[in-house]
Design a protein around this ligand. Structure first.
Ligand SMILES: CC(C)(COP(=O)(O)OP(=O)(O)OC[C@H]1O[C@@H](n2cnc3c(N)ncnc32)[C@H](O)[C@@H]1OP(=O)(O)O)[C@@H](O)C(=O)NCCC(=O)NCCS
Length: 197
């Protein structure tokens, strides 16, 4: 007999496979609410720990990330009105757990810019490759178009191969502009991608 966590893992594996073969559908992206903060904190930390190991971010920093602290940040953010021309979406798995999010808005937070920005997209690693990222991406892009942007950009770590191939498969292209940026207290290299609508 397997333990509860083994059963959960089995169910997750079944779910991932079923998603890959399109046997079950994922819910449409929806706007997040304050009650989603705990799930969002967990997704945020688990996605970063899986994506940025191996030298993209220091291991000690990744170990120190706290889902509760991230949840608190989300609780605060979700409790405040979203600025103009911005949007956030989440997707849930079949059990109603939030497994990914996207945040979009004007480039660099400047409301008058003609360009939108994809600020963040994260999917729980247990659900990578199931199409959740694409669903979120498409909801974010639709929101940017609806807000009147005719193009968009994003910044990604140059060694984040998975994210880069994800974006490229969705029509984004690197324009080879690079910078060093502080992301939640850590300085990282970034390369810019852009897309026209
Ligand atoms: C990047 C990320 C959001 C992608 O989400 P995902 O749910 O795995 O992506 P999807 O399953 O929707 O994949 C969409 C498409 O991307 C492409 N893709 C996904 N993973 C890929 C990989 N490892 N290699 C090549 N292409 C890939 C595929 O073409 C796929 O299209 P398909 O549905 O026709 O197969 C997710 O991996 C993630 O959260 N990563 C960690 C956080 C991160 O790096 N965020 C971006 C920071 S800038």
């Amino acid at each position: 007999m397997c333990s509860w966590s083994q059963s959960t893992r089995k169910a997750q594996r079944w779910y991932q496979q079923a998603r890959r073969y399109d046997q079950i559908s994922m819910m449409d992206p929806r706007k997040p609410e304050v009650r989603d903060a705990a799930d969002l904190g967990s997704v945020h930390v688990r996605a970063w720990q899986a994506a940025y190991r191996g030298g993209l971010m220091p291991d000690e920093y990744l170990e120190s990330l706290s889902a509760e602290q991230r949840a608190e940040m989300w609780r605060t953010a979700l409790g405040q009105p979203l600025g103009p021309r911005r949007a956030r979406f989440v997707v849930e798995d079949a059990l109603g757990t939030v497994i990914g999010f996207i945040v979009v808005g004007p480039e660099d937070g400047d409301e008058d810019t003609p360009a939108g920005e994809l600020y963040a997209i994260n999917v729980d690693p247990d659900h990578w490759g199931t199409g959740a990222g694409r669903l979120l991406h498409d909801a974010g892009v639709d929101a940017l178009i609806g807000a009147g942007f005719d193009r968009a950009m994003l910044w990604v770590h140059p060694d984040n191969a998975r994210a880069r191939s994800f974006y490229e498969s969705l029509g984004w292209r690197s324009d080879d502009v690079t910078r060093r940026a502080e992301v939640m207290g850590v300085e990282v290299p970034e390369v810019r991608y852009s897309i026209s609508f």
